[in-house]
Design a protein around this ligand. Structure first.
Ligand code: CO8
Length: 257
Protein backbone atom coordinates (compact mmCIF):
# COMPACT_ATOMS: atom_id res chain seq x y z
CA UNK A 1 0.00 0.00 0.00
CA UNK A 2 1.36 3.45 -0.85
CA UNK A 3 0.43 6.58 1.02
CA UNK A 4 0.79 10.28 0.18
CA UNK A 5 1.17 11.83 3.65
CA UNK A 6 2.93 9.15 5.66
CA UNK A 7 5.85 6.77 5.10
CA UNK A 8 5.77 3.18 6.30
CA UNK A 9 8.54 0.66 6.74
CA UNK A 10 9.14 -2.45 8.80
CA UNK A 11 12.14 -3.03 11.05
CA UNK A 12 12.00 -6.68 12.07
CA UNK A 13 8.73 -7.07 13.98
CA UNK A 14 8.23 -3.30 14.33
CA UNK A 15 6.12 -1.23 11.94
CA UNK A 16 7.35 2.36 11.63
CA UNK A 17 4.91 5.04 10.49
CA UNK A 18 6.40 8.46 9.77
CA UNK A 19 4.21 11.54 9.36
CA UNK A 20 5.38 13.24 6.20
CA UNK A 21 4.04 16.74 5.61
CA UNK A 22 7.26 18.62 6.44
CA UNK A 23 6.21 21.95 4.92
CA UNK A 24 3.17 22.08 7.21
CA UNK A 25 5.01 20.72 10.30
CA UNK A 26 3.03 17.49 9.87
CA UNK A 27 -0.29 19.27 10.41
CA UNK A 28 -2.94 16.57 10.60
CA UNK A 29 -5.27 17.00 7.66
CA UNK A 30 -8.06 14.49 7.12
CA UNK A 31 -6.14 12.60 4.44
CA UNK A 32 -3.10 12.13 6.70
CA UNK A 33 -5.15 10.96 9.68
CA UNK A 34 -7.10 8.51 7.50
CA UNK A 35 -3.87 7.12 6.00
CA UNK A 36 -2.31 6.83 9.46
CA UNK A 37 -5.29 4.93 10.86
CA UNK A 38 -5.43 2.67 7.79
CA UNK A 39 -1.70 1.90 8.08
CA UNK A 40 -1.98 1.20 11.81
CA UNK A 41 -4.89 -1.16 11.16
CA UNK A 42 -2.87 -2.91 8.43
CA UNK A 43 0.09 -3.46 10.78
CA UNK A 44 -2.33 -4.55 13.51
CA UNK A 45 -3.58 -7.28 11.18
CA UNK A 46 -0.07 -8.25 10.00
CA UNK A 47 1.17 -11.39 11.79
CA UNK A 48 4.78 -10.37 11.20
CA UNK A 49 4.41 -7.13 13.20
CA UNK A 50 4.15 -6.95 17.01
CA UNK A 51 4.59 -3.25 17.82
CA UNK A 52 4.18 0.05 15.93
CA UNK A 53 6.09 3.33 16.24
CA UNK A 54 4.63 6.65 15.06
CA UNK A 55 7.24 9.33 14.41
CA UNK A 56 7.40 12.81 12.95
CA UNK A 57 10.50 14.79 12.00
CA UNK A 58 13.14 16.30 14.28
CA UNK A 59 11.38 19.69 14.01
CA UNK A 60 7.82 18.53 14.53
CA UNK A 61 5.95 15.45 15.58
CA UNK A 62 2.79 17.26 14.48
CA UNK A 63 1.71 20.90 14.93
CA UNK A 64 -1.95 20.01 15.34
CA UNK A 65 -4.98 19.70 13.12
CA UNK A 66 -4.59 21.40 9.76
CA UNK A 67 -5.89 24.89 10.51
CA UNK A 68 -6.08 25.78 6.79
CA UNK A 69 -8.38 22.82 6.19
CA UNK A 70 -10.62 23.65 9.18
CA UNK A 71 -10.74 27.44 9.18
CA UNK A 72 -13.80 27.96 6.95
CA UNK A 73 -15.87 24.99 8.07
CA UNK A 74 -19.42 25.54 9.34
CA UNK A 75 -20.86 23.77 12.37
CA UNK A 76 -23.00 21.67 10.01
CA UNK A 77 -19.97 20.56 8.01
CA UNK A 78 -18.12 19.65 11.21
CA UNK A 79 -21.09 17.69 12.55
CA UNK A 80 -21.78 15.95 9.23
CA UNK A 81 -18.18 14.90 8.56
CA UNK A 82 -17.19 14.40 12.23
CA UNK A 83 -13.52 14.71 11.22
CA UNK A 84 -12.00 13.80 14.58
CA UNK A 85 -14.00 10.54 14.86
CA UNK A 86 -11.51 8.75 12.62
CA UNK A 87 -8.92 9.55 15.28
CA UNK A 88 -10.77 7.19 17.62
CA UNK A 89 -9.72 4.22 15.50
CA UNK A 90 -6.35 4.31 17.24
CA UNK A 91 -8.14 3.12 20.39
CA UNK A 92 -9.08 -0.14 18.64
CA UNK A 93 -5.49 -1.10 17.77
CA UNK A 94 -4.56 -4.27 19.67
CA UNK A 95 -0.77 -4.03 19.44
CA UNK A 96 1.30 -1.47 21.38
CA UNK A 97 1.87 1.87 19.66
CA UNK A 98 4.82 4.06 20.68
CA UNK A 99 5.07 7.75 19.78
CA UNK A 100 8.57 9.02 18.94
CA UNK A 101 8.24 12.75 19.58
CA UNK A 102 10.75 15.43 18.60
CA UNK A 103 9.96 19.13 18.30
CA UNK A 104 6.36 20.32 18.32
CA UNK A 105 3.54 18.08 19.54
CA UNK A 106 0.71 20.59 19.61
CA UNK A 107 -3.07 20.33 19.55
CA UNK A 108 -4.06 17.23 17.60
CA UNK A 109 -0.36 16.30 17.49
CA UNK A 110 -0.23 16.21 21.27
CA UNK A 111 -3.53 14.29 21.28
CA UNK A 112 -2.06 11.78 18.85
CA UNK A 113 0.89 11.23 21.18
CA UNK A 114 -1.51 10.94 24.14
CA UNK A 115 -3.45 8.28 22.22
CA UNK A 116 -0.34 6.14 21.93
CA UNK A 117 0.62 3.66 24.64
CA UNK A 118 4.06 5.11 25.35
CA UNK A 119 6.02 8.21 24.39
CA UNK A 120 9.76 8.47 23.77
CA UNK A 121 10.67 12.16 23.62
CA UNK A 122 13.61 14.06 22.24
CA UNK A 123 15.08 16.75 24.51
CA UNK A 124 13.66 19.20 21.96
CA UNK A 125 10.07 17.97 22.30
CA UNK A 126 7.40 20.51 23.22
CA UNK A 127 3.91 19.42 24.25
CA UNK A 128 0.93 21.77 24.22
CA UNK A 129 -2.77 22.13 23.57
CA UNK A 130 -3.07 25.69 22.19
CA UNK A 131 -6.61 25.32 20.78
CA UNK A 132 -8.12 28.12 22.92
CA UNK A 133 -5.68 30.53 21.26
CA UNK A 134 -7.55 29.93 17.99
CA UNK A 135 -11.02 29.93 19.53
CA UNK A 136 -11.72 26.23 20.00
CA UNK A 137 -10.89 23.44 22.47
CA UNK A 138 -9.05 20.13 21.99
CA UNK A 139 -11.29 17.80 19.97
CA UNK A 140 -9.47 14.47 19.86
CA UNK A 141 -9.27 13.54 23.52
CA UNK A 142 -7.10 16.32 24.97
CA UNK A 143 -9.51 17.41 27.69
CA UNK A 144 -10.05 13.76 28.68
CA UNK A 145 -6.68 12.08 28.29
CA UNK A 146 -4.40 14.91 29.46
CA UNK A 147 -5.87 15.19 33.02
CA UNK A 148 -5.55 11.42 33.35
CA UNK A 149 -1.91 11.63 32.23
CA UNK A 150 -0.68 14.70 34.14
CA UNK A 151 -3.40 15.54 36.66
CA UNK A 152 -6.06 18.23 36.71
CA UNK A 153 -3.96 21.20 37.80
CA UNK A 154 -1.41 20.98 35.01
CA UNK A 155 -4.01 20.00 32.40
CA UNK A 156 -6.06 23.09 33.28
CA UNK A 157 -3.02 25.31 32.89
CA UNK A 158 -1.97 23.73 29.60
CA UNK A 159 -5.43 23.89 28.04
CA UNK A 160 -6.76 27.14 29.54
CA UNK A 161 -3.54 29.14 29.37
CA UNK A 162 -1.54 27.53 26.55
CA UNK A 163 1.22 26.32 28.83
CA UNK A 164 3.67 24.29 26.80
CA UNK A 165 5.71 21.55 28.47
CA UNK A 166 9.37 20.96 27.71
CA UNK A 167 10.51 17.36 27.42
CA UNK A 168 11.95 17.49 30.95
CA UNK A 169 8.67 18.86 32.33
CA UNK A 170 6.71 16.22 30.43
CA UNK A 171 8.90 13.52 31.97
CA UNK A 172 8.40 14.93 35.45
CA UNK A 173 4.63 15.11 34.88
CA UNK A 174 4.48 11.47 33.80
CA UNK A 175 3.47 12.26 30.24
CA UNK A 176 6.44 10.58 28.58
CA UNK A 177 8.44 7.43 29.26
CA UNK A 178 11.93 8.75 28.59
CA UNK A 179 13.81 11.74 27.22
CA UNK A 180 16.81 11.27 24.95
CA UNK A 181 19.13 13.48 22.89
CA UNK A 182 17.51 14.74 19.66
CA UNK A 183 19.65 12.58 17.40
CA UNK A 184 18.61 9.44 19.34
CA UNK A 185 14.82 9.84 19.65
CA UNK A 186 13.86 7.54 16.79
CA UNK A 187 16.50 4.90 17.55
CA UNK A 188 15.46 4.81 21.22
CA UNK A 189 11.78 4.45 20.30
CA UNK A 190 12.64 1.65 17.88
CA UNK A 191 14.81 -0.02 20.52
CA UNK A 192 11.97 0.07 23.06
CA UNK A 193 9.58 -1.23 20.39
CA UNK A 194 11.97 -4.04 19.45
CA UNK A 195 12.30 -5.12 23.09
CA UNK A 196 8.52 -5.24 23.53
CA UNK A 197 8.15 -6.96 20.15
CA UNK A 198 10.36 -9.81 21.41
CA UNK A 199 7.91 -10.65 24.20
CA UNK A 200 4.87 -12.98 24.12
CA UNK A 201 2.52 -11.19 21.69
CA UNK A 202 -0.83 -12.29 23.13
CA UNK A 203 0.23 -11.39 26.68
CA UNK A 204 1.47 -7.99 25.50
CA UNK A 205 -1.79 -7.25 23.70
CA UNK A 206 -3.88 -8.39 26.64
CA UNK A 207 -1.82 -6.30 29.06
CA UNK A 208 -2.17 -3.21 26.84
CA UNK A 209 -5.95 -3.58 26.68
CA UNK A 210 -6.22 -4.04 30.43
CA UNK A 211 -4.06 -1.02 31.29
CA UNK A 212 -6.06 1.18 28.93
CA UNK A 213 -9.29 -0.09 30.47
CA UNK A 214 -8.04 1.02 33.89
CA UNK A 215 -8.80 4.56 32.67
CA UNK A 216 -12.24 3.72 31.37
CA UNK A 217 -13.86 1.23 33.77
CA UNK A 218 -14.86 1.14 37.42
CA UNK A 219 -12.18 -0.65 39.46
CA UNK A 220 -14.19 -3.80 40.25
CA UNK A 221 -15.15 -4.29 36.58
CA UNK A 222 -11.51 -3.92 35.60
CA UNK A 223 -10.36 -6.35 38.29
CA UNK A 224 -12.90 -8.93 37.07
CA UNK A 225 -11.89 -8.45 33.44
CA UNK A 226 -8.22 -8.75 34.36
CA UNK A 227 -8.83 -12.09 36.07
CA UNK A 228 -10.75 -13.46 33.08
CA UNK A 229 -8.02 -12.28 30.70
CA UNK A 230 -5.33 -13.83 32.93
CA UNK A 231 -7.18 -17.18 32.91
CA UNK A 232 -7.86 -17.00 29.16
CA UNK A 233 -4.14 -16.84 28.46
CA UNK A 234 -3.88 -20.39 29.86
CA UNK A 235 -5.51 -21.50 26.58
CA UNK A 236 -2.50 -20.16 24.64
CA UNK A 237 0.58 -21.98 23.37
CA UNK A 238 2.73 -19.12 24.63
CA UNK A 239 1.63 -19.58 28.27
CA UNK A 240 2.69 -23.25 28.15
CA UNK A 241 5.90 -22.35 26.32
CA UNK A 242 6.78 -19.41 28.59
CA UNK A 243 6.36 -21.34 31.82
CA UNK A 244 8.07 -24.48 30.44
CA UNK A 245 11.02 -22.38 29.24
CA UNK A 246 11.37 -20.82 32.70
CA UNK A 247 11.38 -24.23 34.37
CA UNK A 248 13.80 -25.66 31.80
CA UNK A 249 16.07 -22.60 32.09
CA UNK A 250 15.95 -21.76 28.37
CA UNK A 251 14.71 -18.90 26.19
CA UNK A 252 11.04 -19.14 25.20
CA UNK A 253 10.06 -19.33 21.55
CA UNK A 254 6.85 -17.38 21.08
CA UNK A 255 4.27 -18.30 18.47
CA UNK A 256 1.71 -15.60 19.20
CA UNK A 257 -0.90 -18.29 19.71
N1 CO8 B 1 -2.13 23.73 10.41
C1 CO8 B 1 -1.75 24.11 9.18
N2 CO8 B 1 -0.52 24.58 8.89
C2 CO8 B 1 0.36 24.66 9.90
C3 CO8 B 1 0.05 24.28 11.20
C4 CO8 B 1 -1.27 23.79 11.45
N3 CO8 B 1 -1.66 23.37 12.66
N4 CO8 B 1 1.12 24.49 12.00
C5 CO8 B 1 2.09 24.98 11.20
N5 CO8 B 1 1.63 25.07 9.93
C6 CO8 B 1 2.36 25.57 8.77
C7 CO8 B 1 2.48 27.09 8.80
O1 CO8 B 1 1.30 27.70 8.30
C8 CO8 B 1 3.69 27.30 7.92
O2 CO8 B 1 3.27 27.16 6.57
P1 CO8 B 1 3.68 28.32 5.49
O3 CO8 B 1 5.18 28.23 5.43
O4 CO8 B 1 2.98 27.88 4.25
O5 CO8 B 1 3.20 29.59 6.05
C9 CO8 B 1 4.56 26.08 8.22
O6 CO8 B 1 3.69 25.11 8.80
C10 CO8 B 1 5.66 26.40 9.22
O7 CO8 B 1 5.05 26.96 10.37
P2 CO8 B 1 5.58 28.31 11.05
O8 CO8 B 1 6.16 29.23 10.01
O9 CO8 B 1 4.46 28.85 11.88
O10 CO8 B 1 6.77 27.73 11.95
P3 CO8 B 1 7.31 28.32 13.33
O11 CO8 B 1 8.54 27.55 13.63
O12 CO8 B 1 7.41 29.81 13.26
O13 CO8 B 1 6.18 27.99 14.41
C11 CO8 B 1 4.59 26.58 15.51
C12 CO8 B 1 5.90 26.65 14.72
C13 CO8 B 1 4.75 27.22 16.89
C14 CO8 B 1 4.25 25.09 15.67
C15 CO8 B 1 3.46 27.31 14.74
O14 CO8 B 1 3.45 26.84 13.39
C16 CO8 B 1 2.08 27.10 15.29
O15 CO8 B 1 1.73 27.73 16.28
N6 CO8 B 1 1.25 26.23 14.65
C17 CO8 B 1 -0.13 26.03 15.02
C18 CO8 B 1 -0.25 25.24 16.32
C19 CO8 B 1 -1.70 25.06 16.73
O16 CO8 B 1 -2.41 26.01 17.00
N7 CO8 B 1 -2.17 23.81 16.76
C20 CO8 B 1 -3.50 23.46 17.14
C21 CO8 B 1 -4.36 23.33 15.93
S1 CO8 B 1 -6.07 23.02 16.32
C22 CO8 B 1 -6.09 21.37 16.73
O17 CO8 B 1 -5.10 20.69 16.69
C23 CO8 B 1 -7.42 20.81 17.12
C24 CO8 B 1 -7.34 19.29 17.30
C25 CO8 B 1 -8.64 18.65 16.97
C26 CO8 B 1 -8.51 17.17 16.62
C27 CO8 B 1 -7.52 16.84 15.54
C28 CO8 B 1 -7.83 15.61 14.77
C29 CO8 B 1 -6.90 15.38 13.58
Amino acid sequence: MTYSHILTETRGRVGLLTLNRPLALNALNNALVTELMDALAAYDADEGINVMVIAGSQRAFAAGADIKEMADKSIQQMLDTDPTAVFGRIRTIRKPVIAAVSGWALGGGCELALSCDMIVASESARFGLPEVTIGVIPGAGGTQRLPRAVGKALAMEMILNNRTLSAAEALQAGLVNRVVPPERFLDEALLLATEIASRAPLAIQAAKQMINQAYERPLQDGMYEERQTFYNLFASHDQKEGMAAFLEKRKPEWQGQ
